[in-house]
Design a protein around this ligand. Structure first.
Ligand code: 2PG
Length: 213
């Protein structure tokens, strides 16, 4: 057995609440999002979880979620590394648009393809598909995050719906069709125990993700 990797998608953001494509835009957590992050910290604290290091993105909603979790486990001052490699996928020209307005304009199916397909990027020069997102998340995971886990440490990663989907896809061995139905709930910790060869020994989800979309 090696170490422990805890992945948490940030709590509800202002733009999640308003049903807007967010990507690299930087809205804050809502009151509910703060409560979700605090609850994640509480349940992890209740389990006696202690982290050796934390990673988060360059975006406020993930950073605040990370800090609430660290506060909850009694480690407010833990070393935390921020890197845009684990930012949300860039939503290109969709950023800031309402998701229902987009469905009305381009159709349900097209919007679903942009949101959940593996390799179709959203429109716009900067738009990233899940594959593009994985192409920056996965190398960063391998070079910066995984070595800590393989040293036997317990590592927190507070990031985003799609940057974490890219990671979960590989950890869980999902194919490009299976990943289209993977939706991560806000503020719900996923605890992975990794083996020394970096494969997954066990996964536990501390909450109900069935309503995530
Ligand atoms: O807008 C976004 O950046 C993401 C996450 O909130 O949305 P979606 O779930 O549609 O990929």
């Amino acid at each position: 057995m090696s170490g422990t990797l805890v992945l948490v998608r940030h709590g509800q953001s202002e733009w999640n609440k308003l049903n807007l494509f967010t990507g690299w835009k930087d809205p804050d957590l809502t009151e509910q999002g703060v409560a979700e992050a605090i609850e994640a910290g509480r349940i992890l604290g209740e389990r006696g979880m202690k982290f050796d290091i934390a990673f988060t993105s360059e975006l406020t909603r993930a950073q605040k979620t990370c800090q609430h979790i660290l506060d909850g486990v009694g480690q407010s001052d833990l070393k935390t590394i921020r890197n845009e490699a684990i930012n949300e996928r860039n939503y290109g020209d969709l950023a800031g648009l309402n998701k229902d307005d987009a469905r009305a304009k381009w159709g349900e199916e097209q919007v679903h393809i942009w949101r959940r397909s593996y390799d179709t990027p959203p429109p716009g020069e900067d738009g990233e598909s899940l594959r593009d997102t994985g192409a920056r998340v996965w190398p960063y995971y391998l070079t910066d995050i995984l070595p800590h886990v393989l040293r036997g440490n317990t590592v927190l990663v507070a990031a985003h719906g799609n940057s974490l989907r890219a990671l979960v896809m590989v950890l869980d061995g999902l194919g490009k069709d299976e990943v289209t139905s993977l939706n991560l709930g806000t503020g719900i910790p996923m605890i992975y125990e990794l083996k020394a060869d970096s494969t997954v020994a066990s996964k536990e989800v501390l909450g109900d993700m069935s309503g995530a979309h």
